[in-house]
Design a protein around this ligand. Structure first.
Ligand SMILES: CC(C)(COP(=O)(O)OP(=O)(O)OC[C@H]1O[C@@H](n2cnc3c(N)ncnc32)[C@H](O)[C@@H]1OP(=O)(O)O)[C@@H](O)C(=O)NCCC(=O)NCCS
Length: 277
């Protein structure tokens, strides 16, 4: 409670609340990520000074999420994923949303970047999380029912069609061939990381061509395959796309502020409601 004209009034808490606040449960947060003291800072036990001198940003992202530094091959792959996710032009939902927010609210850079992140989800930039969950389900089914990867993928596509859902990681608004997919898979094979994730995603693409129509695998599907094979959990399929896309969102917002006049965006809207009366 804040002091006011009549003096500070001490808040009265029930004995239960006071007991809870005094207990370790309320006072202590657990973390295995970062430790700091008056003169030092350690990420997963690694001294910040040595990381700053010897590690890349990608190394530290891997370290934070996986608890260890990456091998050369792992670093190369995660770096390629982050580069591939960085930006896809002002018309991509996350970039367009960040620009709209930057155009209407010139006071808050962070609000514009956050608005861009809020546009990332199951259809844009986040389909990888669902793909990774599917790879796990496919592996379980392959082991339990003795299915091949192609048979398991056909079940994935049939289940999606039966439920009226689109298959995650497949299809693109712009590309007929997503130029990022083959690069990631080539790199994964070259460094010996390509495993079940890559095989499962390629099988899903084949099954969609068979059951629906030929559609390209997209970046969400490709990064999901690689992150699965790198041992990341399904949540990484969305979160690491966000890490990469923040690079682009910050540039999109900066360009909007520096090159465009405030509230410059005029979206062509067709009114098809009741005539004015
Ligand atoms: C990305 C996406 C939104 C593009 O949608 P779009 O521009 O409408 O796609 P297209 O015009 O090329 O194709 C339309 C038709 O192809 C089919 N199709 C497209 N993507 C499909 C998918 N992932 N699964 C099944 N069918 C799909 C549908 O039959 C669709 O017909 P409909 O409009 O009657 O539903 C869409 O492919 C999709 O939802 N993909 C899954 C989510 C995803 O991976 N997002 C990441 C994108 S980088």
């Amino acid at each position: 409670m804040r002091p006011h004209g009549y003096g500070y009034i001490r808040p009265r808490y029930s004995p239960d609340i006071v007991g809870l606040c005094n207990s370790a449960r309320m006072d202590t947060w657990r973390t295995a990520l970062v430790k700091s003291d008056a003169t030092g800072l350690w990420i997963r036990g690694h001294d910040i000074a040595s990381l700053m001198r010897g590690a890349s940003f990608t190394d530290v992202i891997f370290l934070l999420h996986r608890g260890r530094l990456p091998s050369d091959g792992e670093r190369r792959l995660l770096d390629a994923i982050l580069v591939a996710s960085a930006d896809h032009g002002a018309g991509a939902p996350s970039c367009a949303t960040a620009r709209l927010a930057a155009s209407g609210n010139r006071e808050s850079l962070s609000a514009a970047v956050a608005a861009g992140i809020l546009a990332i989800g199951d259809v844009h930039g986040g389909a990888g999380a669902e793909c990774m969950a599917l790879f796990d389900a496919m592996a379980t089914r392959m082991a339990r029912e003795g299915l091949s990867v192609d048979e398991a993928a056909r079940h994935v596509v049939d289940d999606a069609r039966a439920g009226g859902r689109r298959v995650p990681g497949i299809g693109h608004r712009v590309h007929t061939t997503d130029p990022r997919v083959e690069v990631l898979f080539d790199l994964a094979r070259a460094v010996g990381v390509a495993g079940h994730g890559v095989a499962a995603m390629i099988a899903i693409e084949r099954a969609v061509a068979l059951r629906v129509k030929p559609l390209p695998m997209n970046i969400d599907g490709a990064l999901a395959a690689i992150l699965h094979d790198l041992g990341f959990p399904p949540t990484a399929g969305k979160l690491l796309f966000i890490v990469g896309r923040v690079a682009g969102l910050t540039a999109e917002v900066t360009e909007e502020h520096t090159r465009e006049k405030p509230m410059r965006i005029r979206i062509p809207v067709v009114y098809d409601g009741e005539p004015p009366h």
